[in-house]
Design a protein around this ligand. Sequence first.
Ligand SMILES: [Zn+2]
Length: 477
Amino acid sequence: MTERFGLPRTFLTATLLFSFACSEQSTPATKEPLAGSAANAPPEEMAASEETSLAKSGDSQRSVETPSILLIVVDTLRKDHLSCYGYQRSTSPNLERLASSAMVYTMAFSQAPWTTPSIGSLLSSQFPTSLGILDERSVLPEDILLLPEALHEAGYRTAAAVSHNFCSAKWNFDQGFDEFDESNILGHDKVTSQGITDRGIDFLNRVTGEPFFLWLHYFDPHFAYLEHESYGFREGPEYSGPIESGTPFKELLRMRKKVTEADIAEIRRLYDSEIAWTDREIGRMLDALRERGLYEDMLIVFTADHGEEFFEHDDLGHTKTLYNEVINVPLIIKPPQGKGQVVADPVALVDVYPTILDYAGVPVTTKLQGQSLRDYETGVPVFFETDRKRKLHGIVQGNYKMIYARDLDQYELYDLSSDPGEKTNLAEQRRDVVRKLDRRLKRWSEQIAQPANAASTELSPEEVENLRAMGYMSDDG
Ligand SMILES: [Zn+2]
């Protein structure tokens, strides 16, 4: 068990586990049936085909004590837009099916609201400040033992396919991987989910029995928001405003002062279309595991690096704020032979690394800032941060969430149980809570010391322009 800064801890006495609602709707009422998708196959048929494949593959002899591992990260994916988290549109039937045999975390928090620090934290179990990742030029340090390196040292074959510069080899994210595919880094106006799944299946076709760790990074829900024909989600009256499939981000930002409810609904519809397309491709990947008899015995972790703002707090995009639409991410962990359960305790993406090592039976040999979720302790605060535009630190403990603006010395306090949209700042009324959380936040910020030699990369003018078109770079609106 790793310690998260030696904070006072009480041992887990009652984890909040509920029977998972989605498991009762594993074949949801899709408006548009996914032709040929496993999600719509009758359950008994699937069970039969899985058994057959398992017998054929001979993999049933392999011990689950060293399970193969699939880590799926979808860029810019809001938890509350997933049907497996209760969203009204059927955006994620394949994830619903995964969730039906998995731990589903409803209060998982990424450590930062943009790609490099968030995925950096996920793969290192270190907070962004400890990694020295502060802006777009910051790269992952080389002297930290990353999750793929730890698994590789333990005998795992490791492979990754990524689709965003910010988690590419140039930013040092290839450390520990035997294979690292970047052929799907094609920018924000291309569709790449099929390419990522193709790379994943290609890898499966080449593995030969040793345990493997495969990381797939999908990017399509990131703007620009593109409509996919089979996932139109067209309900209600026809929209006739300025938003179109593929409207550049800069234009969306220009519209932000006069955006209407209908415009926002249209942006959400396009975004949902991208999610459903990505879910389809994730489903194809999971089916490939089922066909090979690998699925049941595997550890599968699904999450997102951050979400997206749709004007809930007067802005669009991500990187600048720490509200739940960007920081409260989906987290679904299917252990080998997993059962469906919902966990409502706050947890963090820095917890994923020790959790994976725990399931893999690989000892922790370096200091991690997260804790394994297999045997975790409730009441431990969860922290996150950003240095973009504003210097913000955030903490969630129990029902309360506090955001501290270091540049303005201002506090926001929300009771997430009664105000999940974070609209009513209770900082003045509940100074007692602010004082308590502030003490914890200060202690944490003293412990995430920034490295003296934070590394960065040079960006070409083209790279700067591409990143700007995606809403990044410090001087961007
Ligand atoms: Zn991202």
